[in-house]
Structure formats: structure tokens, C-alpha cells
Design a protein around this ligand. Structure first.
Ligand code: VG1
Ligand code: CO
Length: 566
């Protein structure tokens, strides 16, 4: 039977609203009749689908392959000209961003729920990226959401066999061009143009006995990327890469690179005395840098990369145009910006807010406290990029101090001595009742709008410290480029000593509500080593008590302890 275009009647589903980074729900929700089709058709209805070239790739989780076939049928029926698809439907999120830019595609559909667990009982996600390679801004995601509310039919090609995604090359699907591309090649090539691979290689070779490396793919998408770079390009032994086979359920784990979920990395680093450990998340846009006895908070990581940027060829050549962080991220990067005389932006949570600044040539390096670090080489955060950035910096630092072995710890301590330290921690309370979460937000709001918080004194029972509130506000953001406004992006309370607490509700959870509480306390370099090198939990103890008191969090959420502390 020749392919036929059919119009299938459907009804809108509630709640197809893209969150911080796409639509994320349980797999079972996506498997409901017409659910995925409705959302794909709504995306195509919100862009100029006819004649478009789109990139398709996913993080290899359960449901990716089937969804690629669904997209093929709907895209062909809607007159899309060409799909560029990753081998077996796989592209890491940063690789997809690069492919969209490199091949000048009109956009891309990314199949990922990022760091959320995968498998039939876990999460799936669909995200639309625009032609600059970045996540669609709110005006586009709002349009998609509006379409999902009124959709009455979708178009699909029938009578066509599934396309073979396992062989590379140019193909046809129901009259539409399709190109299956190598998932890794373009990405590796891009990194080679950014970093000083010769320097990294010579450092790793000459100090190979002293400086051990370990990369953990957490069974997410980045295993093959890590292998291609560390083993095939930099010549390290295959044993420096672990959990490198992407699995549809991530091996039953939670593919989120932090001290809790990347335990496989942390344990091995400590046991084997590894100097440089790193992990990435399910879709490859997050990273964690962790050497023996030295954990780099993501807020410090981006500040340090910015500080050392002139050792990285990409920035040496193009310069650093400006820096930025998401609002809850610590102000460590602001201090670097100040010293270097660079512009520094504070944007809401979510990588989509960095894109306009990059496109306008005002932003080069940015990060989020949630293990997201990146630059304007693409329009997504980039886990493997951050890891190689650190190797480039360490190689340069060792070239500059040839008589000692400079590791992560030495880089951190040197940084604190110059800039001081922003102690930072995030408490996550996952899947709490939405009512309780909303009541807590309302309670904090009451303190903000009545101005009753300002001037209030709070004391910690255990440390005796007193914190006096100097400011309390809801964070609203006006994009400096297109002037679009995003309201209520988190609640902020600042104290006279410069400390800060932020509360916000997650926009990536797939069930109930997740409350995040972020605490930050700055310690001046003049306070000396003892204060600067304390454990994070110890440095923040008093402030955390006060944050819990102000928000009455335990009362509203009925939770004694957070689910995860990062
Ligand atoms: C979280 C993080 C945010 C990040 C987002 C997507 O969002 O806090 O910083 O951009 O995940 O990351 P939320 O709304 O749950 O706090 V990824 O690696 O999941 O695409
Ligand atoms: Co991710």
C-alpha cells in the first residue's frame, strides 16, 4: 500500500504545558492513546513545519525509539522537508544543539527527561528547540501549550514501514528526506576546535602515573561521547570510563550527577585515590567534577572556568563577552565578572533564558547551580564540555606550576584565597503535596508583600549566629534583549551579612510538587583558611535553620528531612 496521509480525530489532554525544560511526564502518561501524537502535532502547528528541516534525537531512554517513528509519520504528513536523526535515535542534548546549529536546521525535537529516571514506570520527555539550537523560549512553549488545549485532529502517514534507524546515511520516508547521522562525530569535532587537546594530552601522558582520571556515564547518553574523547582522542585507557553503555532504564539508577546519585563515581574516586572524577546526566547536559576529597560545587565550577577562560583556545581567540548565572546560583561568578570588568547577568532558572544574551553577543560563559555549565559554543548546557574545560584548566595550571601537582583541591583553594568563598547548598523536597507547597509559598509571600520580614532578626539555636533580613522579594525578570517578562521565578530573602535564601517550585518534576530551598553565605578571603575550607554543611548550619524557620517549611510540607541535598 502506498503511503497515505490520514487525519486522526483526537481530544485535548490537560496539562501538556512544557516546564523548565520541555514536557516531562511518566511514560504511562505518554503511552495514552493520542497523547504523544497530540503534543508532536501541537509543536508542528506552532512552527512553520512545511518545508522545515528538523533534528531529532533522544537520550536513549525507554520510549525514544518508538517516539522517533511517531515523529517520522507525523512530520511526513505535515510536509516537513527533512529530518536529521541521531544513530538509533540517540543524540545527547548538547550534541543535538550543535547539530541544529551546524546544519542550519529550523529546530529540533529532543526526546529526554534529562536526569529523571527512565523505564516503563518512570519518566519520558519531549522538548522543542529553536533554530539557534536552544530550548524554545516561553513565547513558543506557550503557543505549543495553547495548541494542545484545542487540538481536534492530527495528521499521520499510514501504510509505511518503520524506518531503520540503525544504519547511517541518506534515506527517504514517505517522500520526506531523512539523514541518519553519527551521534558522536560532530560533537567531538566541535570540542577539538574549542579546547587545547594537545596540551591536555601531553599533561595526561607525562603525568599519567600521578594523575588518575575517571568518567562515569551513569548509563545515560554520554558513555559513547566520553569514550570517544577520553579513550580514542586523548589516548587514556578504556578503564577510565565506567557505566558507559546507554541503557533504556539507566541501569535502574537515577542519572543525575551529584553526590547522592553518582555514588558509583564518588566511591571509586575515594577508594582508588582518583584526582579527577566526572559524571554527566541522562541526556548529557549536566556535569559533576569530583576529585579525591575535593567536590566542586557547580556555582564554583562556572566561576573558576570563567576565571581561567584565557587558557581555553575558544575564549582566547574570541574573548569573553559576558558572564551569567541562574538566579539561585551563587554569586561566585559575579565576583569574577567584577574583577575582570565583565557584564554579569542573573536570569531565571532554565537554560532557555541564556539564549537571547548569547545570540546578542553579550554572554560567553554561564551556569546553573543544578550541575549545568556551558558557553555560547551551543545553546544548551554541556556536561562533557565542562569536564574537558576542567581538564584544559588543570593541564594549563600544571604547565604554569611544573614543580607541583596541581589538582582540583589546589585550584579551589587558590580561588577562595583570591575571591572568598560562597558556601552554597540546595535542599530538595520531592513529591510533596501541592497544597502544602502552595501554602508555604503564600506564607513567604505574606512576609514579602506586607514588608514584615524586612528588619526581622532570626537566630540559630545551634550556632548562635543572628541574621537580619535586609531584602525580601519575588524574582521577576525582564529579558534585556527582547524585553519579555517572566514573573514569580522564586522568592528571595537577603540578610545584612550578604547571605541569601531562595525558595522555588520545580518545573521539571513529573508528580506532585517539588520544593527547592537554596542557601548561600559568603566568607571573605580575609577570614583565613580555617573559615574558607570548612565543610559546606558546617558553614551553612545556622543559615539553614533560619531558612526553615522563616518558611515554616517542615510544618507546611510535613517533611523532617529533604529528599536530596546538593
Ligand atoms: C531543574 C534545575 C534547572 C535546570 C532544569 C533542567 O529545573 O533546577 O536549573 O535548568 O532542571 O535541567 P527545576 O525547575 O526542576 O528546578 V536538565 O539537565 O533536566 O534538562
Ligand atoms: Co539534563
Amino acid at each position: 500500500m502506498a503511503p497515505q496521509i490520514k487525519e486522526i480525530p483526537t481530544k485535548p489532554y490537560d496539562g501538556q504545558k512544557p516546564g523548565t525544560s520541555g514536557l516531562r511526564k511518566r511514560v504511562k502518561i505518554f503511552q495514552q492513546e493520542h497523547y504523544t501524537e497530540n503534543f508532536i502535532q501541537s509543536i508542528l502547528d506552532s512552527i512553520t513545519a512545511k518545508g522545515a528541516t528538523l533534528v531529532i534525537g533522544g537520550d536513549g531512554r525507554y520510549l525514544v525509539k518508538e517516539t522517533v517513528q511517531t515523529i517520522l509519520r507525523i512530520a511526513a504528513a505535515n510536509g516537513v522537508a527533512k529530518l536529521i536523526i541521531g544513530h538509533d535515535g540517540i543524540l545527547s542534548t548538547p550534541a543535538a544543539s550543535n547539530v541544529i546549529r551546524k546544519y542550519k536546521a529550523d529546530g529540533g525535537i529532543l526526546l529526554t527527561a534529562s536526569h529523571n529516571p527512565g523505564g516503563p514506570n518512570n519518566d519520558f520527555g519531549i522538548k522543542y528547540n529553536v533554530s539557534n539550537g536552544g530550548p524554545a523560549p516561553e513565547n513558543v512553549t506557550n503557543k505549543i501549550f495553547e495548541k494542545t488545549k484545542t487540538i481536534s485532529s492530527y495528521k499521520v502517514v499510514e501504510g509505511e514501514k518503520d524506518l531503520d534507524l540503525s544504519t547511517l546515511g541518506a534515506k527517504q520516508f514517505a517522500g520526506m528526506k531523512v539523514e541518519i547521522i553519527d551521534s558522536v562525530k560532530d560533537y567531538v569535532q566541535m570540542l577539538q576546535e574549542i579546547f587545547d587537546f594537545d596540551l591536555i594530552k601531553s599533561f595526561l601522558t607525562t603525568r599519567s602515573g600521578e594523575f588518575k582520571v575517571l568518567f562515569d556515564g551513569l548509563h545515560g547518553v554520554t558513555g559513547p561521547y566520553g569514550k570517544a574523547i577520553l579513550v580514542e582522542t586523548l589516548g587514556l585507557s578504556p578503564s577510565v570510563v565506567q557505566n558507559d553503555v546507554p541503557l533504556p532504564d539507566f541501569g535502574g539508577g537515577h542519572p543525575d550527577p551529584n553526590l547522592t546519585y553518582a555514588k558509583s563515581l564518588v566511591d571509586k574516586v575515594e577508594k582508588d585515590g582518583i584526582h579527577f572524577g566526572a559524571a554527566s546526566d541522562g541526556d548529557g547536559d549536566r556535569n559533576m567534577i569530583y576529585g579525591k576529597g575535593a567536590f566542586v560545587t557547580p556555582s564554583d565550577s562556572v566561576a573558576i572556568i570563567a576565571d581561567w577562560a584565557d587558557r581555553i583556545p575558544y575564549f582566547k581567540k574570541g574573548g569573553v563577552k559576558g558572564l551569567a548565572r541562574s538566579m539561585p546560583t551563587s554569586a561566585a561568578i559575579d565576583l569574577v565578572a567584577k574583577k575582570k570588568g565583565l557584564e554579569c547577568f542573573e536570569v531565571p532558572t532554565g537554560w532557555k533564558f541564556f539564549g537571547n544574551l548569547m545570540d546578542a553577543g553579550r554572554l560567553s560563559i554561564c551556569g546553573e547551580e543544578s550541575f549545568g555549565t556551558g558557553s555560547d559554543h551551543i545553546r544548551e548546557k554541556d556536561g562533557v564540555w565542562a569536564i574537558i574545560a576542567w581538564l584544559n584548566i588543570l593541564a594549563a595550571a600544571n604547565r604554569e606550576s611544573p614543580n607541583e601537582l596541581v589538582g582540583i583541591k589546589e585550584i579551589l583553594q587558590k580561588h577562595y584565597k583570591v575571591y572568598g568563598r560562597n558556601f552554597f547548598s540546595r535542599y530538595d523536597y520531592e513529591e510533596v503535596p501541592s497544597d502544602g507547597a502552595n501554602e508555604m509559598v503564600a506564607h513567604i509571600n505574606q512576609g514579602i508583600t506586607s514588608k514584615s520580614l524586612i528588619g526581622s532578626k532570626f537566630s540559630s539555636k545551634s550556632t548562635g549566629e543572628t541574621f537580619v533580613v535586609s531584602e525580601a522579594y519575588n524574582f521577576d525578570y525582564t529579558d534585556p534583549i527582547d524585553k519579555s517578562v517572566s514573573k514569580n521565578q522564586g522568592q528571595v530573602v537577603r540578610f545584612e551579612d550578604g547571605s541569601r535564601v531562595v525558595w522555588r517550585l520545580s518545573g521539571t518534576g513529573s508528580q506532585g510538587a517539588t520544593v527547592r530551598m537554596y542557601v548561600e553565605r559568603y566568607v571573605d578571603p580575609s577570614k583565613g583558611d580555617k573559615e574558607l575550607t570548612r565543610e559546606t554543611a558546617e558553614g551553612l548550619k545556622g543559615l539553614i535553620e533560619v531558612a526553615l524557620e522563616i518558611s515554616k517549611l517542615k510544618e507546611f510540607l510535613k517533611r523532617e528531612e529533604p529528599t536530596v541535598i546538593t
